[in-house]
Design a protein around this ligand. Structure first.
Ligand SMILES: Nc1ncnc2c1ncn2[C@@H]1O[C@H](COP(=O)(O)OP(=O)(O)O)[C@@H](O)[C@H]1O
Ligand SMILES: [Mg+2]
Length: 463
């Protein structure tokens, strides 16, 4: 019952059944009544056509034989039974009594038609039906006038049997056709649903595969209906999941490699130190190396933690109105020794008024440190650096520019990727990835423009 196939087949059948039942209970009776009306209309027309001779036969001194002849003639011509009634106006009101009948089935005194009295009373042609032992009959009664008064009523009547037979036949045909349609509808419904459910099944199988970590299976797209749309959306999702999955695997592989390198080298130095025959100078050198590797490890783990928190969305940011110019001054001051070592000069370009932005002060400082650190690490000694803060388009724009060699066109799109580093300087390649994530978390944006001799990183923040 729960399968879409059975359900669709049932719905198709129900609709067909409803349509047939509608035809059966609504159309068939209407057909019957309109056929009956048509028959009565014919009788009324015949009554008009063939009663002319009867009018002539109304007179005081017309003998019975003439009247009977006229009645039978009208019956022969019209093919209906013709009965002639007289009209009496006694104490019980207007009444009709039979005078002549074209058939001899019933005794004349017993012949009576309700429509005859109606016609006499109203002076108009009346129609009606009534049941008899031989089935329902249709009647049309026409008043005949003599001296301005209704003197006679002539009734044309005929059995309605063929009307009923026709309707019965049509009913039977509807039932048979209905049964056939029902069968076809159920089969069609079942087949359509089967085709649909086969396609849905395919999606389900593919979804199971994705859930199990297999992203290779693409669903063939047949047609251009909603299911085909779903299939192509699914394929797209699968492609993205595959990309994410490989990015994740690559990240883990690189991260563990990055961690292993300093750990191995630490192990090597510790082993060397265990040798008792080394002089003090070498020992000091080894210790220096160990301390460098430890610093690298510390930085790397801190960066990895930051990045994973950023990507998981669990890094808490404390956004507050901050004077970015002030912050730039503070951060650049930290770099005084590094600048001196690099033989570089850093120029701050700030407006006199405070430049306020809504951001996390510590995190903006972190971004600036990453950018200034890069401007020192990836440029030749003596390269000058410019840091500026300006208001722009309702936001704040922080720029770090250097006049180094620039970033090559081919690697420019990749520098924000985690672990991407172009030179084998000490960096882990996480700096810019973290900086960009941080900027976006503060609803800002970090971008780069680089030509040989001029590299500018700009951080845009909402004010
Ligand atoms: N100011 C710059 N000048 C030249 N190259 C840069 C600059 N800033 C970044 N890069 C390039 O972008 C890469 C990624 O930077 P980053 O993510 O900070 O990693 P890392 O500094 O550890 O290499 C660097 O390896 C370097 O090639
Ligand atoms: Mg860096």
């Amino acid at each position: 019952m729960r399968s879409i196939r059975v359900r669709l087949a049932l719905i198709f059948s129900a609709i067909t059944l409803g349509a047939i039942a509608g035809v059966y209970v609504y159309v068939a009776p209407q057909l019957e009544s309109s056929l009956r009306d048509q028959k009565l209309e014919e009788l009324a027309r015949d009554a008009g056509l063939y009663s002319r001779d009867l009018i002539r036969a109304i007179g005081t001194n017309v003998d019975e034989g003439t009247v009977n002849r006229a009645v039978r003639q009208a019956a022969d011509r019209s093919g209906s039974r013709v009965t002639l009634f007289g009209v009496s106006r006694g104490t019980q009101g207007l009444q009709t009594y039979p005078i002549s009948d074209s058939t001899a089935q019933t005794r004349l005194e017993d012949v009576s038609f309700a429509v005859a009295t109606d016609a006499a009373r109203t002076g108009r042609t009346q129609r009606g039906t009534e049941p008899t032992t031989e089935g329902r009959i249709g009647e049309a009664a026409r008043p005949l006038f003599f001296n301005g008064r209704v003197a006679r009523v002539v009734v044309f009547s005929a059995p309605l049997g063929d009307v009923q037979r026709n309707v019965e036949l049509i009913r039977r045909q509807i039932a048979v056709a209905g049964a056939i349609m029902l069968l076809i509808a159920s089969i069609a419904g079942y087949l359509v649903a089967q085709a649909l459910s086969r396609r849905i099944k395919r999606l389900e199988t593919a979804a199971d595969k994705v859930a199990a970590g297999d992203f290779s299976q693409r669903i063939p797209i047949d047609g251009d209906d909603e299911l085909a749309d779903l299939a192509s959306a699914f394929n797209e999702m699968q492609g993205q999941l595959a990309q994410l999955d490989s990015a994740r695997k690559r990240f883990i592989a690189t991260a563990s490699h990055e961690l292993r390198t300093p750990i191995f080298s630490l192990g090597g130095f510790v082993e060397l130190l265990q040798d008792e025959d080394i002089d003090d100078e070498t020992r000091a050198h080894f210790l220096e190396q160990i301390s460098q590797q430890l610093a690298r490890l510390r930085r790397l783990t801190a960066e990895l933690l930051d990045l994973s928190r950023l990507e998981a969305g669990s890094l808490e940011l404390r956004t507050e109105p901050t004077d970015v110019g002030d912050l730039a001054r503070e951060v650049t001051r930290e770099f005084t020794p590094a600048l001196a070592q690099h033989d570089s000069h850093l120029e701050l370009r700030l407006t006199r008024d405070p430049i306020r932005a809504t951001c996390d002060r510590e995190r903006v400082a972190q971004i600036m440190r990453i950018l200034i650190d890069n401007a020192l690490a990836h440029t030749p000694p003596g390269t000058d650096i410019f840091v500026s803060a300006t208001r722009e388009n309702g936001g704040v724009r922080l720029a770090v520019r250097d006049h180094g060699l620039g970033i090559h066109r081919t690697v420019l799109p990749r520098i924000f990727e985690p672990f991407f580093t172009s030179d084998d300087a000490q960096g882990s390649g996480l700096g810019l990835a973290i900086a960009r994530e941080l900027a976006e978390r503060m609803n800002g944006h970090l971008d780069v423009e680089s030509v040989p001799g001029r590299t500018t990183f700009t951080l845009e923040l909402p004010s």
